[in-house]
Design a protein around this ligand. Structure first.
Ligand code: SPV
Ligand code: MN
Length: 661
């Protein structure tokens, strides 16, 4: 079991400030009177010590305390332009930030958990012993802020007062990081003490980009201290490596929910969105998808958008499942964002009014940003993540350089997204989650939507996400297992995480159980017998509206479904009606293709998952039982009908088993 505050506190050990008096003396010596006064309003001793030790270690020329006031927020933005971490763009309120060409995504090869001897971590994560991390931080972060201003911000990961909201300090020399934090997180300077007291803890993040030169990139590190809930990040700028309020603290949130044994909570890589059902009822859905698999687009399909990346879930006293978004903005991939698939986001990006930080897109001579898949005409030249760019420019390997990096992003507050429901998103009671979805990038196996028959099957859907690699991690390739789409952020052994999932969704306290479903909108024509059509999708991404709409109805038992060994699938008539509502025809032939079972593929998938899980220690037997059950059912189908089983045949089998639907 993990233990909080175990081993040396690296920050305190390096700087040696251990009393409030010492901290205050340091503030007097190192900050101007205005900032001393700002710090003077904070009473949380631990927070003041963290800040003092960070100032002492990094040795900045000046300190700027960001209280979240309009003046401070404006000033951070201006300083970013003055410093050159961002540059102005043609549209008012828009800026561009570039990360070094070799740091366009999370640097997983340089990302480590700081551990004490004997502690277990995920087999997929890198780890570093506390003493070594101490040496590294000391060597590289002492004096790293010389010549710079150090920014200190007080944020909350969630609406103030929500059970699952967690306060966090962001301490950074980067104006871009602090500017991004202002857009993406709630500044709680005035409520920080209360919030930290309510929870009994807070997260701390310390970052400096250093000189921001390519030659320093090999020395870049992201360290996450699981015992002291503190991150250290250096020599990097990409927000996924530096704004550790996001994924660094998400990892700590997973730790608290799972490995510190905080029951009744989960911390997920999920969007939250509200669907409108018959009679105008609101139904909230939380959905997991690996990075770069359309999570933002799916989130914005709902009538009431809440969040696009992270969800803190808990079981409330009344037995409902509740969810909050720890963030209040998006750091979204812009590739393929266009008027058709993402109208709300496109409006924020292309029309006056929103504040946007662009990163790593192409800027043309008029200082207008462009990106691949925007549905507009492209400029022939400009400036992008690797410098000057022109159409046909090749990289060192003779490959054409794309106009924008596939992981180029936009940072926008949710309030600029037309369907954001701010009042609901800020409600500390959270929203009731009635639908949970798990999806990946799966071209040939699973149908567009299927619903688990029980919580165990639902947990297994989450455990079995597969996805083609995306460009959100430096160096990632191939098709990978992506348990819960959360695996890059699970610090401890997967077996414990899985146990926590089984326990959570089967909990007696969870009286209103959500339905749990798999979603897949990456099935290709080719995989369903179409020839010569390459990787063309069977259906369209925007059909996700229908899959979610069907789940909304299923959550209330409004629609019947066909029982199969892997769960329930929709009936044609119900989908047809839902397609009609979005003004689309839905041919029966398309339905037949999408929902026919290619049994060998599904069994192959189960075998692959099972094989991989058998390699891991202590995986709950329940998982293997579910796989077994499903495999048997699928084999029986195959014995009767052959390797491709039509929906009619699935219906026939369901009837003959006489299981009530
Ligand atoms: C992701 O890659 O899942 C993101 C962006 O949401 S990052 O902050 O890099 O994690
Ligand atoms: Mn993400």
């Amino acid at each position: 079991m993990l233990e909080l505050n175990k081993g040396i506190d690296i920050l305190a050990e390096i700087s040696g400030i251990s009393t409030l008096d010492e901290a205050e003396a340091l503030f007097e010596a190192r900050c101007d009177p205005k900032n001393v006064a700002k710090l003077g309003r904070i009473t949380n001793e631990q927070a003041l010590l963290k800040i003092a030790n960070a100032i002492s270690m990094t040795d900045p020329d000046a300190v700027f305390v960001n209280t979240g006031s309009d003046v401070d927020v404006q000033r951070v933005r201006e300083m970013s332009l003055e410093k050159g971490e961002e540059q102005p763009l043609a549209m008012k309120g828009h800026t561009i930030h570039f990360d070094l060409a070799l740091e366009q995504a999370r640097i997983i090869d340089r990302t480590f958990y700081i551990v004490n001897e004997g502690e277990e971590t995920s087999v997929l994560a890198k780890r570093i012993l506390r003493d070594e991390a101490y040496e590294y931080v000391k060597t590289h972060m002492m004096g790293i802020a010389k010549g710079k201003t150090l920014f200190v911000g007080f944020f909350s990961r969630g609406p103030i007062g929500a059970q699952a909201a967690i306060p966090a300090l962001e301490i950074t020399t980067s104006t871009y990081v602090m500017h991004s934090a202002n857009i993406l997180y709630r500044n709680v300077y005035h409520q920080f003490d209360e919030e930290a007291k309510r929870l009994g803890l807070f997260f701390t993040n310390v970052h400096s980009e250093g000189p921001n030169k390519p030659e320093d990139l090999p020395n870049a590190r992201v360290f996450m201290d699981r015992s002291w809930l503190t991150t250290f990040s250096m020599f990097c700028t990409y927000a996924g490596n530096t704004l550790l309020l996001k994924k660094g603290n998400h990892r700590f949130a997973v730790d608290l929910a799972t490995y510190y044994g905080k029951e009744r909570e989960l911390s997920e890589h999920m969007f939250i969105t509200g669907l409108t059902g018959p009679g105008g009822r609101k139904t909230f859905c939380a959905g997991a998808a690996p990075s770069g698999c359309g999570k933002t687009t799916t989130a914005m399909v709902g009538a009431d958008f809440i969040g696009d990346d992270l969800a803190q879930l808990w079981i409330a006293e009344d037995g409902t499942l509740r969810g909050i978004n720890p963030e209040k903005g998006i750091f979204g991939i812009v590739r393929d964002v266009n008027r058709e698939s993402d109208p709300y986001l496109m409006k924020a990006l292309r029309e006056e009014g929103a504040e946007v930080i662009w990163s790593n897109v192409l800027i043309d001579e008029n200082r207008v940003p462009y990106w691949v898949g925007n549905g507009e005409e492209y400029p022939k030249r400009g400036f992008n993540f690797q410098g000057e760019w022109w159409e046909g420019k090749m990289d060192g390997d003779g490959e054409p350089i794309p106009l924008s990096h596939p992981n180029s992003r936009c940072t926008v507050a949710n309030t600029f997204i037309g369907n954001y429901n701010e009042a609901v998103a800020e409600d500390p009671r959270g929203v009731e989650i009635k639908v949970i979805t798990y999806s990946g990038r799966d071209s040939d196996t699973m149908p567009p939507v299927w619903v688990a028959k029980n919580p165990d099957q639902g947990v297994v859907i989450g455990a079995s996400i597969m996805s083609a690699a995306t460009k959100t991690e430096v160096g990632a390739e191939g098709v990978r297992r992506q348990p819960w789409a959360n695996e890059p952020f699970i610090p401890g052994p997967l077996a414990d995480y899985m146990n926590a999932q089984f326990a959570f969704f089967n909990s007696d306290k969870l009286k209103s159980k959500p339905i749990m479903a798999g979603l897949n909108y990456f099935l290709t024509c080719k995989a369903r017998g179409g020839d010569g059509e390459g990787s063309k999708l069977l259906g369209e991404k925007r059909d996700v509206r229908v899959w979610l709409g069907w789940l909304e109805r299923r959550a209330y038992g409004d629609v019947d479904a066909i029982e199969t060994p892997i769960g329930f699938i929709p009936k044609y008539e119900d989908l047809k009606g839902l397609f009609a509502e979005i003004g689309k025809e839905y041919p029966k032939e398309l339905y037949d293709k999408q929902f026919a079972f290619y049994v060998d593929n599904i069994i192959g998938r189960i075998d692959l998952q099972e094989g991989a899980y058998r390699e891991e220690k202590n995986i709950p037997a329940r998982l293997f039982e579910i796989y077994d059950e499903q495999r048997k059912g699928l084999e029986a189908l195959k014995a009767k009908y052959g390797p491709i089983v039509s929906v009619e045949q699935l219906i026939e089998t369901a009837k003959s088993r006489a299981i009530p639907l």
